[in-house]
Design a protein around this ligand. Sequence first.
Ligand SMILES: [Zn+2]
Ligand SMILES: [Zn+2]
Length: 383
Amino acid sequence: MAKQNELNYEYQNREVELDVARSFRFGEGKISGYVSVFLGALSLLAVLAYLFPAYLTTIELRQAYDAKDLQQILKYGMYFSLFFGVLTFVLGKFKRMGFAGILLTSIAFALGGYKIPVGPVEPIRLSLGVDWLILAFLGSVFIFMTLEKLFPKYKNQVILRKEWALDLFYFCFNHLAISAILIYANYHASHFDWALNEQVHEFVRDMPILLQVVLIILLADFVLYWEHRWFHEVKCLWPVHAVHHSVENLDWLAGSRGHFVQIFSERAMVMIPLYLIGADQTALDIYVGFAALQAVLIHCNLKFSFGFLRYIFVTPQFHHWHHSSEKPAIDTNYSAHTVLFDYLFGTAHMPGDHWPADYGTTKKLPSSFVGQVLYPFRRLVKR
Ligand SMILES: [Zn+2]
Ligand SMILES: [Zn+2]
């Protein structure tokens, strides 16, 4: 009976997805409406970040980009939002979305648009990562959504799948909180001052950068493997991590879903080895870029042959099995970067070229953001 209900549920889901797919017909204005609203919202956020850089941008990221250069991208974003807003109006069916896009961009123009003077920023300790949110969103849409359209695993899955808005909310939350996450992770690592060793630092810094990156990846992977495994195998920790597993259709956005306790603890744990080995800043930057891209990539709806790399690195297929609700795959494939520790500790599951048929948790979680945030605490009280 339960299986039958599940099948009905799956069937309804698929129907909803196909309905959404059918509703995205070229020439009706829905696509241009969404593009206009998203570009309008991003433009307004960017303008606010230019107005209040100390509060709405992150120190670490400010060093990596030129705010003046990015104003050129903002300029095109604003004009494209207006263009697609007008187009939506002309096409007729989704006038309200066109209006929303134009309104958001008009407010951005009224606040100074892409001509706000850029000057030195007085750093404050805790800020919101609006800059990180905008750049990560644009980067992800360009890189991962393109890959998903070119090499999809599940061809019928649409961009605006069930619960996409919830995952977008998680995406925004996690990116805005970057400064708080880093402060917490650094504070956590500082408790290991006693283990710092200058000889280790010298030894590591004498290595070629590439070797330092490999060392960082392996150390981080070891920590992340065990941290992840505990979230699965320690009973009181599982409800926290279950939030990440509650997604039933994986794509570039799905990996964003994660309880803040898990996000904060993950970053704090991985910071310990990075802090202790004292690697070169360039090696650390390469690792951070690699880890950020791989974390999104492995959740993508992407069937791409990675050749021999699939025997070294965690790929979408490997991590999709981790999200499967099918029995042999449950509690397997914990690694974040390489497949090494899963094979070493006997938790790897990679049945040839097969992919999972079912995703998600065996027990349903609340479907709202607040419901999911409170879920582990409610479970604790119930015990
Ligand atoms: Zn997991
Ligand atoms: Zn995942």
